[in-house]
Design a binder for this molecule. Sequence first.
Ligand code: ADP
Length: 409
Amino acid sequence: MFDKLRRKLTLINVLVTALLLLVFVIGTFVIMQEQLFNQSQQLMQIVATDAGSGSVSDTREHNKHLTKYFYLKTDALGKITESSSDLPLVIDQLAPLVQEIFNRPNSKGEVDFHDETYTYLRVPLKQSPGFVISFVDLKQDREILGKLLISLTIGGLICLVLAYYASRFMADRAMAPIKKSWQRQQDFVADASHELRTPLTVVQVNLELVKGNPDETVASQSKWLDYSLIETERMSKLVGDLLFLARADSQQQTLEMKQFSLDTAMSGVIDSFRTLAETSGILLETSLDSDVTYWGDEFRIKQLLVILLDNALKYTPSGGKVTIGLQKIDSSAEITVSDNGEGIEAEHLSKIFERFYRVDKARSHQKEGTGLGLAIADWIIKSHRGQVEVSSSPGKGTSFVIRLPHQSR
Ligand code: ADP
């Protein structure tokens, strides 16, 4: 699939480059042609004017330069009376040519003789009846244009080959994030299916046990039914988390921004955890600055704190301590959730925000969780343009510091 896409991207890039090169080659050629033509025309005009006024009689000096030119003077009937000294042919051979030019209605144009093409200009003489005809050899111009075309074509082809490799490189680079997100999506679906399979199996096994004893009362089979219920709740939470992240991925997860008291919102969440902390034998300590107003999505910020507190209590053994802080620093709010629980090894720290990542799978599975909590927390923090820093040492505890910048309405 990606190979085909890469080929397509490369082809489009090469085609666009080829088109631009073609425009460049044609443009340069046409401009050059135009310039050479104008130069010849100007030269012809100068030669005709100078020869007509008698200020130039010998073109040998000038013909050392690039363009070969000469002039002829005729009487009113077209008989050659005078010429420049540097002629390409003898006068007798030029006579029929002059007659041909004389018979032409246009005073300027092109003539071919002896395998060469000349451009000519016929101007009446001022002092006496007759004409001066100036000729400029186009051979040199054509040679220059020919060489230019060859150089441009070779240059263009080299550029096209380079463009092909550059396009392949660019296509690879452009596809890297697409590949990554496709792979992420694949992993996400695989992990989600895997996580859903376990509770579904448990529910199925327990319901089959109940079904196998049709004469038993509901009360006597409540153990199996309770297991099913617990797993159904687990699944329901998992599906909710999956839906949240799927919406976040497709930019459909919106925030309801409003001004609210952050310390009051946090106190509410902390209070809801007090009973759990007490029954788990964990001390909950708080240090919240008062009157911290914040512009953000109150529901999501509370959800963030729930995730962090839930983890802190989950991964801290009985007798441990969890500290929650809120500080107003300049215009930002800094939330800290620290515990002195089991901690996280350094190699896992950068990965805990990944979806379905659980540090020690075997150990984590004894504790409830989906491995999606911190991925959701990360989205909430980023969508509030905040930053999170985690520091942890195994056996000593973990600390999450979240900096939420002030947001304007
Ligand atoms: P889970 O549902 O497993 O808690 P999370 O995404 O919330 O998923 O966390 C990912 C992993 O990060 C957890 O499985 C756990 O291993 C580790 N973790 C998160 N918070 C803490 C903490 N306070 N102390 C120790 N480990 C933690």
